[in-house]
Design a protein around this ligand. Structure first.
Ligand SMILES: [Zn+2]
Ligand SMILES: [Zn+2]
Length: 465
């Protein structure tokens, strides 16, 4: 005879410890109930809870998860207020869909703080369909009474009518609208990408009395202007002989990078940003006979570095012909104006939003449809993990299972946090080294790894303290 033990039942409920852990674990691992069934099968243990019990358990754990999620977001709001010395905050906002493209039925809109360690402040799950409404349709004509009962009793997941494209605008707007009620704060600076439709809505229907919301452009998006303008000039000059060669060649990627760096390094000081951008032009136009490195910094300028180390510096390999520099000068004049650059003053990026979304969709994979309640579970887990690290799941598990969370749970979550901190440090170190490289070294490095320079200032370290 084979005896199969099951876990203890938590007092006062029909819920078993193992089933609650299954729901949390399946979503945290991003495998869902079907993945769980496969895992159990290969592990040669009896199948996990069936579909009905699974949704039942989801409904049971959700309120708890939500409470912890709200707690984490409220704490993040207070942190942001302390950092910005008041209750008017700069936030970055972004929407993202469960599925790629605009056919998605579920999406989220989130605002994040732009503090040193960006955190999720508020989030809304948006759904175009409700799984209960759809499910109930099957009995609509067979048992009208039961159908009405289900429809009247359920809390509908559908909270968005209209295109998936409008979901982001709607969602972000809701978050702005409720910030005073929820946290007693106002989001006064909004960091979003250049073509976002959200700002017109925030300006035409101001969510706060007597406050005009200020748009700050996303640095990554903004610095691409440099690339696009230069590409256009290069295209125009393609067939024209400049300095003995055809066209101006391709040195555009580097300029975008330097431009971005000039903005990031001087973040809050408009004069310094303007100066640093112009320094790029002067630096590249320098020759041995006419060096113009007065505004350069030894941090990135090989000439200054050589000067500091009392070494010789040869301009020939770094300089661009004056004719080329003159051809691209209008781009610098345009993109180095105070008017243009004040849009990225205090600049920040949506990098944090992107990395949060990637955590979220690793829990609720983009390739399978999940009902709104499952997305809600994943949203709560993702907020907790992103804001406070994997170990913040333990206080959720503890009361739900009526135990101490479990030895192995604690060890595993601690390990997850350590691992991520390790990878983040590694990534940061790489970025630091790169920021200190001279142009030549960086070029070699870039060719070697073809890395994406837009990920550079991610400062995501939950669970590190
Ligand atoms: Zn419904
Ligand atoms: Zn220089």
């Amino acid at each position: 005879m084979i005896r199969i033990g099951t876990s203890k039942r938590y007092p006062q409920t029909q819920m078993r410890d193992v089933n609650i852990r299954c729901v949390i674990g399946a979503n945290l691992a991003g495998i869902g109930d079907q993945g769980l069934a496969k895992l159990f099968g290969i592990l040669n243990v009896p199948p996990p809870i069936d579909d009905d019990h699974y949704s039942h358990t989801v409904a049971h754990v959700l309120p708890s998860l939500r409470a912890h999620q709200q707690n984490s977001m409220s704490t993040a709001v207070e942190e942001a207020c302390t950092q910005s010395d008041g209750r008017q905050l700069s936030v970055s906002g972004d929407g993202s869909w469960q599925r790629r493209g605009f056919s998605s039925l579920n999406g989220v809109a989130a605002v994040m703080s732009s503090s040193t360690t960006a955190k999720v402040l508020d989030i809304e799950r948006m759904s175009k369909k409700c799984s209960t409404c759809i499910g109930a349709l099957s009995i609509k004509h067979v048992n009208r009474e039961k159908y009405e009962e289900i429809i009247n009793k359920h809390s509908c997941e559908m909270n968005h009518i209209g295109s998936s494209g409008a979901m982001e605008v709607d969602g972000i707007y809701r978050l702005f609208e409720r910030s005073q009620r929820l946290y007693n704060v106002q989001y006064v600076n909004y960091i979003g990408d250049g073509d976002a439709k959200i700002l017109p809505k925030l300006l035409s229907n101001p969510p706060y009395d007597n406050i005009k919301i200020n748009k700050i452009e996303d640095i990554n998006h903004f610095s691409k202007k440099m690339l696009h303008r230069l590409q256009k000039i290069a295209q125009d000059l393609k067939k024209i002989k400049i300095d003995g060669k055809m066209g101006i060649g391709d040195m555009m990627i580097n300029f975008k990078y330097y431009y971005r760096q000039a903005i990031v390094r001087n973040k809050t000081n408009l004069d310094e940003i303007v100066k640093s951008v112009w320094a790029i032009w002067k630096h590249k136009a320098s020759t041995d006979l006419e060096p113009h490195h007065g505004w350069c910094s030894p941090m990135f300028c090989g000439f200054m570095k050589a000067l500091e180390e009392d070494k010789e510096y040869d301009h020939t390999r770094h300089t661009l012909p004056l004719a080329v520099m003159n051809a691209i000068r209008p781009v610098f004049t345009e993109l180095d104006s105070r008017d243009t650059l004040k849009r990225v003053l205090n600049g920040s990026s949506q990098n944090a939003n992107e990395s949060f979304h990637s955590i979220l969709w690793s829990f609720a994979p983009k390739n399978r449809y999940s009902p709104g309640s499952i997305v809600d579970v994943c949203v709560a887990l993702a907020v907790l993990v992103y804001n406070d690290g994997d170990q913040s799941i333990i206080p959720v598990v503890e009361p739900l299972t009526g135990g101490g969370g479990g030895y192995h749970t604690r060890v595993a979550m601690e390990r997850c946090d350590k691992l991520r901190v390790y990878y983040e440090h590694k990534k940061k170190r790489k970025a630091d080294v790169r920021a200190k490289m001279t142009e030549e070294e960086r070029k070699q490095q870039e060719e070697k790894e073809q890395d994406d320079d837009e990920q550079l200032d991610d400062s995501y370290l939950p669970g590190a303290y």
